[in-house]
Ligand binder design. Structure first.
Ligand SMILES: [Ca+2]
Ligand SMILES: [Ca+2]
Ligand SMILES: [Ca+2]
Length: 327
């Protein structure tokens, strides 16, 4: 039986029929198809799955990377007598390009302008060459944001533009290469959540008073238990009107950080954008005014926080007459 050579990661089939012959007691040839076949021994089971399929013998490599060989003993029997033959099957080794295990890194976040070092060499394997013979190249959609150091096998990421970025890595041996990509979400600030009540959903909550027409509102601002320790909190207030569609007042205030435990109170008598040294609403809010707050903060680690959407208070109601007021 001829030695079988099967490509790594593949299967091979040999028809045994041409190699079978039988003679009856008188020496006349008998039909080989009447013989029964059986695998009586295999030298090892860690390279191929070997089985008979009618008069074919099938060799399937047990995985995509295994190399080696097996010797199989096949018995042909006519019911009275048998003969055994051995068959050798070998894997034809095929090179695999080096592989990177990027589990947990496929989608990652990184703060703008900060550095992240990833040891790629520690994540690299090559099933058929020493891993240290492999080499790696890296690139990113932002020029120069991903750099590979072949001396220590590390990749350094540092982006100067926020948003989603792609980093491409090629792992190369003498014969082949694999390409991998990861997505890096580069952010400039953490989201800062400012809410209207202390319901556990925000970093900051604001209780607003005097929100009737003709009143000047007062904002009471508090940090929640969820808030990081801020070193800077900058508030920006706008007053706008839904009817006119214009925002005509702007007030920016850096909160006194020493009051973080007790909170802050700000009367929203907001300077006019259009008339210098005047207030936007000298005699209080008008119908369909709205007050808008956005906040920027920095914590003790130097991380930036920013409100994603500004919080809004609408002025729609007249001050209730004393008789209508609840006690
Ligand atoms: Ca392979
Ligand atoms: Ca291989
Ligand atoms: Ca290889």
């Amino acid at each position: 039986l001829p030695t079988q050579v099967i490509d790594e990661g593949n299967m091979g089939t040999l028809s045994l029929l041409p190699f079978l012959s039988d003679t009856d007691d008188e020496g006349n040839s008998a039909p080989a198809s009447a013989l029964s076949l059986e695998i009586v021994a295999t030298s090892n089971s860690d390279v191929f799955d070997v089985y008979l399929d009618l008069t074919n013998i099938v060799f399937e490599t047990i995985d995509d990377d295994v190399n080696g060989e097996v010797t199989v003993t096949i018995r042909a029997s006519d019911g009275e007598q048998f003969s055994d033959q051995t068959l050798l099957a070998k894997v034809n080794p095929i090179n695999d390009a080096p592989r990177l295990d990027l589990t947990g890194l496929e989608e990652t976040t990184l703060k703008l302008g900060t550095q992240r070092v990833i040891n790629l060499m520690a994540l690299l394997t090559d099933v058929d060459n020493p891993a240290n013979e492999a080499f790696i190249t890296v690139s990113s959609d932002e020029q120069g944001a991903a750099k590979y150091n072949p001396i220590d096998g590390t990749m350094t990421l540092n982006f100067q533009t926020s948003g989603l970025h792609t980093v491409t890595m090629n792992t190369i041996d003498r014969y082949d290469s694999n390409t991998y990509t990861i997505t890096v979400d580069v952010f400039d600030s953490y989201p800062l959540y400012v809410v209207k009540s202390d319901d556990g959903s925000g970093h900051i909550y604001v209780e607003m008073e005097n929100t009737y027409i003709d009143q000047i509102p007062t904002a009471n601002i508090f940090l929640t238990d969820e808030a990081p320790t801020f070193t800077v909190i900058e508030t920006t207030w706008n007053i706008c009107n839904e009817e006119t569609g214009t925002c005509d007042g702007l007030y920016e205030e850096d909160l006194d950080i020493t009051r973080s435990m007790v909170g802050w109170t700000t009367e929203l008598n907001i300077p006019s954008i259009f008339m210098p040294d005047q207030y936007a609403r000298p005699s209080g809010s008008t119908y369909k005014d709205y007050y808008q707050l956005s906040v920027r903060a920095v914590d003790t680690n130097g991380d930036d926080y920013k409100t994603i959407a500004s919080l809004k208070w609408d002025i729609l109601e007249e001050l209730p007459a004393p008789a209508d007021m609840d006690d």
